[in-house]
Design a protein around this ligand. Structure first.
Ligand code: GSH
Length: 210
C-alpha cells in the first residue's frame, strides 16, 4: 500500500492486489508502460477496465462501490471538499518541486517564498475545515473522505521536511499519522531501502533515515 489509491482502497474495505514498481530504477518506464499509457502511477486494473490518475481511480471506484470512501452529502460541504481536492490535485507545484516526496526520510528544509505561501495555503485549508467540521470527527469534514486522501501525501511531505504544522491544522496531521493504513504506508517506504540520488540532490542538508 504505497499510494493514495492504495490508501483509498484500504479505507474503503475493497480487496486488491498491488504490483510494486520501483520508479526511476532499471527499466521502470517499460514496466509502467505495461499497465498505463500515461507512464505514471498509480493505475487501477479493474477486470477489463484500466483507470489511471488517483482522482480518476477514486471516482471510478466510488461509481462501482457506492459505500466506498466518498464526498460529504451536504451540497455546500461537497462543493468545498471537491474544490480543495481539485486544488490539491492540480496545484501546489512549488511544494511538489521543493519538498519531493520521500516518506522514509527526515530532514530540515529551507523553502522558497512561493513554497512558503503554498504551505500556508494548505494549512489554512486544513484549519478552516477543522474549525467548521471538527466537532464531528478527526478528519477535514469529520468522517474520512476523498478530500482526506488527497491531502495525506502532502502531510507526509511536511513530516519528512520538518515543516511546522500548528493550531487546528495540526489536528489533520495527527489524524493522518494515527491512521493504521498511513502507518503501513510509511513502514513499507522505510522497508523499501531505496535511495534516489536525484531526490537527495534536490534537497541538500542532513539526511536522517528512519
Ligand atoms: N496526477 C497523478 C500524478 C501521478 C504521478 O505524478 N505519479 C508519480 C509517482 S507519485 C509518477 O508516476 N512519476 C513517474 C515519473 O516521474 O515520470 C495522480 O495523482 O495519479
Amino acid at each position: 500500500m504505497v499510494s493514495a489509491g492504495g490508501l483509498y482502497l484500504r479505507e474503503s474495505g475493497l480487496e486488491f492486489e498491488e504490483v510494486f514498481i520501483s520508479l526511476h530504477v532499471g527499466k521502470w518506464r517499460e514496466e509502467v508502460a505495461k499497465y498505463t499509457p500515461a507512464g505514471r502511477v498509480p493505475v487501477l486494473i479493474d477486470d477489463d477496465i484500466r483507470v489511471w490518475d488517483s482522482m480518476a481511480i477514486m471516482t471510478h471506484l466510488l461509481d462501482r462501490h457506492p459505500d466506498a470512501v466518498g464526498w460529504p452529502a451536504d451540497p455546500t460541504e461537497r462543493a468545498l471538499a471537491q474544490s480543495i481536492s481539485a486544488e490539491m490535485h492540480s496545484g501546489f507545484q512549488a511544494i511538489r518541486g521543493g519538498l519531493p516526496q520521500n516518506i522514509r526520510m527526515r530532514r530540515s528544509a529551507t523553502v522558497s517564498d512561493v513554497c512558503r505561501t503554498q504551505i500556508e495555503r494548505v494549512q489554512r485549508i486544513w484549519s478552516d475545515c477543522r474549525e467548521r467540521y471538527g466537532n464531528r470527527g478527526p478528519w477535514l469534514f469529520g468522517d474520512f473522505g476523498i478530500a482526506d486522501v488527497m491531502f495525506v501525501p502532502v502531510a507526509l511531505r511536511f513530516v519528512s521536511y520538518g515543516i511546522p504544522v500548528e493550531g487546528r491544522a495540526a489536528e489533520f496531521l495527527r489524524a493522518t499519522l494515527a491512521l493504521p493504513s498511513v502507518q503501513e504506508w510509511v513502514r513499507v517506504a522505510q522497508d523499501e531501502g531505496l535511495a534516489l540520488d536525484f531526490v537527495d540532490e534536490l534537497r541538500k542538508g542532513d539526511m536522517i533515515l528512519g
